[in-house]
Unconditional design. Sequence first.
Length: 207
Amino acid sequence: MRLPALIMAGGKGKRFHTEVEKPLAPFLGKPLIEWVINAVKASSKIPVFYIVTSPHTPKTEEKCLRDGLNIIRTAGENYHRDLQQAIIQKKLYQPVLILSSDLPALTGTFLDYVISRYEQCGKPALTVLVPMEKCREIGILTASADTYGGTAYAVSGVNIIDGSKIFQEDMDQEVIIYDGVEAALNINSLEDLRNAEKYFKRLKLSR
């Protein structure tokens, strides 16, 4: 199974508290969104991808256009409305991989694994959740949470959804609980960014 991907880069970044648009914030010298783009390009299961922008991220859009990337411009109302607009604009009425633009530890291998799990599960949606203790270990202190099986997990920003069901509520979904750094490095604040950089450097030194 090969899926198109949407990289969501149109949010306001309310928790980031800086003049720099969050997708362009440097992580180890490279914009956050570039790490995500490189992971998508390294995947063997993603033939095409789009950067989803909005009026909140004009500089991100400008950079991506300069780099020759496919852009979908949305109204920037909220994450879910932007996602719906993107799917409708490109008529992506099929399974679609959806990624946040602030996941610098993503790899092509991990994305291939997620897509393979989706292919096997037979459900219209899939989400990746991360144990809260893993986020605390890294220093990710502002993780959004979701409850699964009575336990709170951090939301990773990695999802797959059948675009033909984008307006359907209470969709049956596969859940992957994953404690690897690929999913855990979800940057929401400047403090998250600094802590994640330190963790990433330690991780590389230990290998």
